[in-house]
Structure formats: C-alpha cells, structure tokens
Design a protein around this ligand. Structure first.
Ligand SMILES: *[C@@H]1O[C@H](CO)[C@@H](O)[C@H](O)[C@H]1NC(C)=O
Ligand SMILES: *[C@@H]1O[C@H](CO)[C@@H](O)[C@H](O)[C@H]1NC(C)=O
Length: 289
C-alpha cells in the first residue's frame, strides 16, 4: 500500500517534470541587445513582452551594461565596445537558461555587438542572429542620435574632433564603428572595434569566420557601404572585398542561403512589434521553433 502510493507519487512527479521540461524548452531562448540611447529594459521591453505573450514559456533576456539603467544608458555612448563584448559574453555564459544556445536580436548598434559576440564568444552557441538596423560596415555621419541633446552634441563634437584619435577610440562607442571612406587606411589602422570584427586588419583572425558560419541564419539589413575614397557611391555587399574575399564568412552564409538581407523596416528602427512585418519576417521564421 505504502509502496504503491510512493510509486504513484513518483509517476506523477515524473509526469509533471516531463511536462514542465517540455514547456520550458519548447522555444529557443532570446538574448536582446539595445541600441544607442536606450537601455536593456527601456523601449525594447515591448519586444520582450510581445515575445513572452506570443511564445508561451519562452525565456527572453536583455543585456545590461552596468548595474542600473543609468549606467546602461551611458555605456551606449561611453563604454568601450570590446569591453562590452567581453562583459556580455560573461553574462551569457553565466546564464544557465542559455546553456543550450540562444537566438539573438540586436537593435541598431546592438546588432554589431551581437555579431562580435558570435565571432568572439562561440559558447554557448548563438543560433539565429537578427540585426535590426545594425550598421555592420559602420557609419559616416550621425543623422540619428537617439539621446538627450547634451550627449548627442558631445558625441558629435568628439567625432568631429577626430574619431580615430586613440583616446576617443578607446572611449566613444560611435567612434568605434566610425568608418570614414575618405580615410580607409586610417580607419583600418585605428578602428579598435569595427575594422577588427570585419577582419579588415592584418593578420586576419580565422576564428571570426569559423565562428560566424556556425550561425543557422544571419538576418540583417545594412551591410552595404561607400566605395573607398568618396562618400557618394554605395556599393552592394556582394561587391565589397569583405564579401568577395569572405573575411568573416558572409559569402559562405549567403551561398548556403543563410544570409538574409531584409531592408524593409522603413525608417531606422521604425517597425511595429505587433505588426505583420515583425511577425512574418522575424518571429515566425526564426523565433517560433
Ligand atoms: C582571434 O579572436 C579570438 C577571439 O576574440 C582571440 O581569442 C584570438 O586571440 C584572436 N586571434 C588572433 C590571432 O588575433
Ligand atoms: C597604416 O599602417 C601602416 C602599417 O603600420 C602604415 O604603413 C601606414 O602608413 C598607416 N596609414 C595610415 C593612413 O595611418
């Protein structure tokens, strides 16, 4: 009698455990990385809430730099990107929910940061990388500065003073992905972040390509850039040496149909979380499995 009830209890426990496990693991967890002037739980929280409501049981986390929203906000302008990648890598590794891998969504510059994480921090594995408005070949000009007037003016002043001056490179996020097509060689020599993750420096780091091609899909806009030496003609990603010589594996991802270049999100980051575009192009194909 006693042993039968114990047996039944264990079956019930086991049954619950199985159901619980199934629910818990049915969707791949998501890691988000915010853009300039935002915070981990600021405006992008609407995406987290939306995914949690739509995909029951999904684990969604958002990377925060520093211990509170204020530090996180300032880090989006003033925290060395290499340091951000390293810190985010530790956060991801320490999160047991992510141990079997995760999908990543980067907003604006968060897209470049997540790509660097895929290239430099391959464990746990990033599966799909969705980069919404990421500037993967850099910026030359700062048309949209989504912050307070004071900090945007400060960023502009520093960039005008000299994006490739070493102390500005070391401390100003936007300088670290500043790409001056009129000074291509200077950019390659001095850019401590973008030229490195795009493997434009010598010697090239083979592991960047090895790691990036492990992605199931790379979904992005904005991989094209100006032809060197001028700032009018933009060439297609497929015509750039980055692609043609395949320094980071984009060509290989493309040839295996895993590079998805979608440029239809309207103005920079203007899309509706509840809209058809986000659901049909992002949620259904990449996050619903
Ligand atoms: C390549 O990148 C990895 C990851 O960031 C780093 O550990 C390694 O030292 C780099 N290799 C070279 C040759 O720079
Ligand atoms: C870039 O670095 C190379 C090698 O150190 C040097 O020869 C070249 O003059 C540098 N160019 C610029 C524009 O800084």
């Amino acid at each position: 009698m006693n042993s039968i009830s114990t047996y039944l209890v264990s079956i019930i426990l086991l049954f619950n455990l199985v159901i619980y496990e199934t629910i818990e693991s049915s969707y791949t967890p998501v890691v988000m990385y915010h853009g300039m002037g935002d915070t981990a739980y600021g405006s992008i929280s609407s995406v987290k809430t939306f995914l949690e409501n739509k995909l029951t049981g999904i684990y969604v986390t958002s990377i925060q730099m520093g211990s509170n929203a204020e530090e996180d906000f300032f880090s989006s302008y003033l925290m060395n990107l290499n340091k951000q990648v390293e810190t985010a890598c530790s956060i991801i590794k320490a999160d047991s929910n992510l141990k079997n891998g995760y999908n990543a969504i980067g907003f604006s510059q968060g897209g470049q940061i997540l790509r660097a994480i895929a290239q430099r921090c391959p464990e746990p594995p990033m599966k799909n990388l969705i980069s919404l408005g990421g500037q993967h070949q850099g910026v030359y000009g700062l048309p949209k500065c989504l912050g307070t007037v004071k900090i945007c003016n400060y960023v502009r002043e520093m960039l005008n003073f000299g994006a490739y001056v070493s102390y500005i490179q070391d401390n100003l996020v936007q300088a670290e992905y500043w790409h001056d097509p009129l000074q291509e060689q200077l950019y390659r020599n001095r850019s401590i972040f973008l030229a490195d993750i795009n493997n434009e420096k010598q010697p090239r780091n083979e592991s960047y390509k090895t790691n990036l091609i492990k992605l199931k899909n790379l979904e992005s806009s904005w991989f094209q850039f100006y032809q060197p030496g001028q700032a009018k003609i933009v060439y297609k990603l497929q015509d750039s040496p980055l692609y043609k010589e395949d320094w980071i594996g984009l060509k290989q991802l493309d040839q295996t149909k895993r590079l998805k270049l979608l440029g239809t999100i309207g103005d920079h980051l203007q899309f509706h979380v509840h809209g058809k575009w986000f659901n049909d192009e992002i949620v259904e194909p990449y996050l619903s499995t």
